[in-house]
Design a protein around this ligand. Structure first.
Ligand code: GDP
Length: 323
């Protein structure tokens, strides 16, 4: 039986990856950070099938212990301060967690089990002010937020450990990926939750920032398969994972509101509070390398994804309102 250690298991991607690996018969170890108000919402349904280990990305001793206990074949580093907008008010925390802690994870693996295969969650935010359209593995980075800058560090330290210590370390440059489990602060989920509340008469406006931003949005459930595939290859490498389509926030609004028979222009209010100090205007990924080498392809389209999220939010908001 193979074993995997997941950091960031209670997040969106961690929960889908844990389900996927359990399905494949893996023993799954989940690292959890002590918090005063634990949040297991995303993993509630599989909580008993996971071996839990206490640990914190900023505490190397706890990571060494986590690798020792789990003796993993594969390590997935999905933990981070992952919200771009929060990286301006907390730039140093973002640097400590999202950048430097990748070295902590790599060190723990190098010291305890250097043969374990390592996945680093890199991000299309590294492309920022894009140097090329579409963006691929060789496109130069130009991050536009403390978060993006931190992810560039995480990417290069992963590449460096591969080259310095011959570790099987891969960096997955994943474009935005969403699901009903996405945090409510991200624009897709903020919109689908808002649509559900407006439709059910619980809210009458939705306050947003820049509606012209364009993103390449895929389904998180499809993207975790790519993470796993990267670690099953003969050689470690870096891959872009994307849908190869881009849509504006405005198009997202159109799809989500029209699905429930509403017109977004009647409800959306522009609030400067949600406009960022520096913006990533356009992201669109070229994932031909992943398609060719990993045999990966997306299964859920943009419209299917947004409708799935609206459906789930309608169900959840309705249940909460009843309660
Ligand atoms: P990101 O690509 O990781 O920053 O994902 P987000 O979902 O947080 O943001 C995607 C895009 O939506 C960015 O260009 C934001 O500026 C834009 N956007 C517009 N209004 C909002 C808003 O109210 N909240 C968020 N999170 N993003 C918004």
């Amino acid at each position: 039986m193979k074993s995997a250690l997941i950091a960031g298991i209670t997040g969106q991607d961690g929960s889908y990856l844990a389900e996927f690996l359990l399905d494949k018969g893996y023993k799954v170890y989940g690292m959890r950070r002590r918090t005063s108000t634990p949040n297991y919402e995303n993993v509630q349904h599989i909580k008993d099938q996971i071996e839990w280990i206490s640990g914190d990305l900023t505490d190397l001793a706890s990571l060494i212990e986590a690798v020792r206990i789990s003796d993993p074949d594969e390590v997935y580093n999905l933990a981070a301060q992952s919200y771009v907008a929060a990286s301006w008010p907390q730039p140093i925390l973002t640097g400590n967690i999202t950048a430097l802690s990748v070295t902590n994870m790599l060190e723990a693996v190098r010291i305890v089990k250097p043969t374990a295969r390592f996945y680093q969650a890199s991000s299309s935010e590294m492309f920022g002010k894009v140097m090329e359209i579409p963006q691929k593995e060789t496109t130069p980075f130009y991050p536009r937020s403390p978060y993006g800058v931190a992810k560039v560090y995480g990417h290069w330290i992963t590449v460096n450990y591969r080259e310095s210590f011959d570790m099987f370390a891969c960096s997955g440059i994943l474009f935005n990926h969403e699901s009903p489990r996405r945090g409510l602060e991200f624009v897709t989920r903020k919109v689908t939750d808002g649509v559900a509340r407006i439709k059910l008469g619980l809210q009458n406006e939705l306050r947003l920032g820049n509606l012209d931003a364009q993103r390449d949005w895929g389904f998180a459930g499809d993207y975790v398969k790519a993470m796993w595939l990267m670690l099953q290859q003969n050689e470690p490498d870096d891959y872009v994972i994307s849908t190869e389509e881009t849509h504006s926030v405005r198009e997202l609004l159109e799809v989500a509101f029209s699905y429930v028979g509403l017109n977004y222009t009647d409800y959306v209010v522009i609030d400067p509070k949600f406009v960022r100090p520096a913006e990533v205007d356009l992201l669109i990924g070229d994932c031909s390398k992943a398609k060719k080498k990993l045999g990966w392809k997306q299964e859920v389209s943009f419209v299917q994804l947004i409708r799935m999220m609206v459906d789930e939010d309608l169900k959840r908001v309705q249940a909460e309102a009843r309660y």
